[in-house]
Design a protein around this ligand. Structure first.
Ligand SMILES: Cc1ncc(COP(=O)(O)O)c(C=O)c1O
Length: 462
C-alpha cells in the first residue's frame, strides 16, 4: 500500500495531564460496551489515537499491531485517504437524506448495485441498516412478513447454534449461543431455539471434527422433528463462528446443514457479518462454500469500519414476495445513510482495485494459516482453528486441560501479555482470536506469531 494513501503517522505521546483528565471523564460519564467497568477503571482506559495500515497508536505514542482489525472489521486497514475523501465530499454535498418513501441518494444506489454484483447468484436486493444486529433483526422481520404473506402463520421459531453470536438487540441476543451474553438479560425470548454448533473441543467431546459435525446435523434434525418443521421459520448460521471462538466448520458441513434446512422448508440465513468482504478469501463465505443461502446479513467489512453500516440481502424469491405486497413498514432513519454508503463504495473500490480478496485467497491467507498452525506443537496449545485470515488458539496452562480454571482466564491473560508484546489479539474464554486487516504483510504476520509464541511460552508456565 502506498505510504501516500495513509492519513496518519505516529503521534507524540499524549500529554500526561490531558490523559489523566480524559480517564477521569471516561470514568465519570462513559459506559463502555462489553466491559467490566470496575476492572477497567482500576487500570485506566486506553485512548487509541491514530491508525495506519495494520497499526494503531495508543495514548503513550506506542504502535500496536492490530491483529483484530478493530473488531474484525477494518479490512482495508487504517488511514485510507480514499474513504475519508469520499465521505468528506458526500458530507459537503448532501450530509443526509433518507431512503424512506420515494427518495434516496446516489451512493446508496451505487453501493447496493456493487454489493449485488459481488453477492452469490439469486441475491440481488439490499436492505441497509446500521449494524450487524440491525441486519439480523431486519432479517427476522423480513422472514416473519414473508411467511405471513405465504399464509404460513405458524412458522415463527428461529434456530441458531451454540457458540453463535448474532448481536445485542432483544431478538438477536435471543439468537446468541453464548450464555454470558444472554443470561444477564433473562433471555432468550420464547421461540428462539438452539442446536449444537460444530465445536467438539469447546464441549470436551472426544469425537473427531467430522463425527461431531455429523452429530450436530443429526441433533438439528431431531430438534426440527420434535418442534415440527411447520413451526420453524429459519436457521441462522455464521459460516465461521467468530465471537464464539473462531469455530470453522468441517469441510462440507455447512452445505449439509443448508440442505437439511431446504429439505424441511426452513430458510437458511448466512450471518456474514465477519466473513463477508474478503476475510475468507472470497467476497462471501456463501460463495466460497456454495451455500446458496435464502438470505445473507452483513456489516463490518462493508465499510471496513470507517462508518456504521449493516445490510440484509433476501433472496430474489423472498424479495419478490415482499415487494409485491405493497408498503414495507420497516427501516431505520439511517438506512442507507449516504455518508456510510459513500464510505462503503470507496471501501469496496479499494478491495477491488488492490485485489485484496484474491491476495487473502492466494497469498496472505495461506501464509497466515501456516504460521498459525506452526504453533500446533507448542505446549500451551489445546487446539488451533482457522480459515484464511481468521484464527484462534485454545490455550492450556502447565497442568493441561484439567488445570483450566472456571471462569476461564487464559484468554484475557494472554491478550494482556500480547499487548505488552506490541500486538492486539482478542481474548475469549481460554483462547485468543486473530483476524487482522486484509492488508497485513508477511513481515507483520511473522511479527504477530513471534509475539504470540512468546506469550504462549509464558502461558505454558502458568
Ligand atoms: C457474526 C456477527 N453477527 C452480528 C454481529 C453484531 O454486529 P454489531 O455489533 O454491528 O451489531 C456481530 C458482531 O461482532 C457478529 O460477529
Amino acid at each position: 500500500m502506498a505510504a501516500s494513501s495513509q492519513l496518519c503517522s505516529k503521534l507524540s505521546p499524549m500529554n500526561a495531564e490531558h490523559l489523566s483528565q480524559l480517564r477521569r471523564l471516561d470514568a465519570a460519564h462513559l459506559l463502555h460496551p462489553f466491559t467490566d467497568h470496575t476492572d477497567m477503571h482500576r487500570a485506566g482506559t486506553h485512548v487509541m489515537e491514530t491508525g495506519s495500515g495494520c497499526t494503531v497508536t495508543d495514548e503513550t505514542g506506542r504502535p500496536l499491531l492490530d491483529a483484530l482489525a478493530g473488531l474484525w472489521c477494518v479490512n482495508v486497514g487504517y488511514g485510507r485517504r480514499e474513504i475519508a475523501d469520499a465521505v468528506h465530499r458526500q458530507m459537503l454535498g448532501l450530509c443526509y437524506y433518507p431512503s424512506f418513501f420515494n427518495t434516496t441518494t446516489e451512493p446508496t444506489i451505487l453501493l447496493a448495485d456493487k454489493i449485488a454484483a459481488h453477492a452469490p447468484a439469486g441475491l440481488t436486493k439490499v436492505f441497509f441498516s446500521n449494524s450487524g444486529s440491525e441486519a439480523n433483526e431486519t432479517a427476522l422481520k423480513l422472514i416473519r412478513a414473508y411467511n405471513k404473506l405465504r399464509g404460513r402463520h405458524a412458522k415463527t421459531k428461529i434456530l441458531t447454534r451454540t457458540f453463535a453470536y448474532h448481536g445485542v438487540t432483544i431478538a438477536t441476543t435471543s439468537m446468541t449461543g453464548l450464555p454470558g451474553c444472554v443470561d444477564p438479560f433473562d433471555l432468550p425470548l420464547p421461540g428462539f431455539l438452539q442446536v449444537p454448533g460444530p465445536h467438539p473441543y469447546g464441549t470436551g467431546s472426544s469425537m473427531s471434527a467430522d463425527e461431531y459435525g455429523n452429530w450436530c446435523l443429526q441433533e438439528t434434525e431431531r430438534v426440527i422433528d420434535t418442534e415440527g418443521a411447520d413451526t420453524i421459520a429459519a436457521l441462522f448460521a455464521e459460516p465461521v463462528q467468530g465471537a464464539g471462538g473462531v469455530i470453522a466448520p468441517p469441510p462440507g458441513h455447512l452445505r449439509q446443514l443448508r440442505e437439511l434446512c431446504r429439505r424441511h422448508d426452513i430458510l437458511f440465513v448466512a450471518d456474514e457479518v465477519i466473513t463477508g468482504f474478503g476475510r475468507l478469501g472470497d467476497w462471501f463465505a456463501s460463495s466460497l462454500w456454495d451455500l446458496k443461502p435464502d438470505m445473507i446479513t452483513m456489516a463490518k467489512g462493508i465499510t471496513s469500519g470507517y462508518a456504521p453500516l449493516g445490510a440484509t440481502m433476501p433472496s430474489d424469491t423472498i424479495a419478490e414476495v415482499l415487494s409485491g405486497a405493497g408498503y414495507l413498514a420497516h427501516g431505520f432513519t439511517y438506512s442507507g445513510h449516504p455518508l456510510s454508503t459513500a464510505a462503503g463504495l470507496a471501501n469496496l473500490g479499494i478491495l477491488e482495485n488492490e485485489r485484496l480478496i484474491e491476495r487473502v485467497r492466494d497469498d496472505i491467507g495461506p501464509y497466515f494459516q501456516n504460521k498459525l498452525h506452526a504453533l500446533a506443537t507448542h505446549p500451551a496449545t489445546g487446539e488451533i482453528r482457522g480459515e484464511a485470515l481468521i484464527g484462534a488458539i485454545d490455550l492450556l496452562p502447565k497442568g493441561g486441560r484439567a488445570a483450566l480454571k472456571t471462569p476461564p482466564v487464559l484468554g484475557a491473560t494472554a491478550a494482556a501479555l500480547a499487548r505488552s508484546e506490541g500486538v492486539i489479539v482478542r481474548g475469549i474464554r481460554d483462547l485468543i482470536a486473530v483476524a487482522p486487516p486484509l492488508v497485513i504483510t508477511r513481515e507483520e504476520v511473522d511479527f504477530l506469531f513471534a509475539a504470540i509464541a512468546r506469550v504462549m511460552d509464558r502461558i505454558a508456565e502458568v
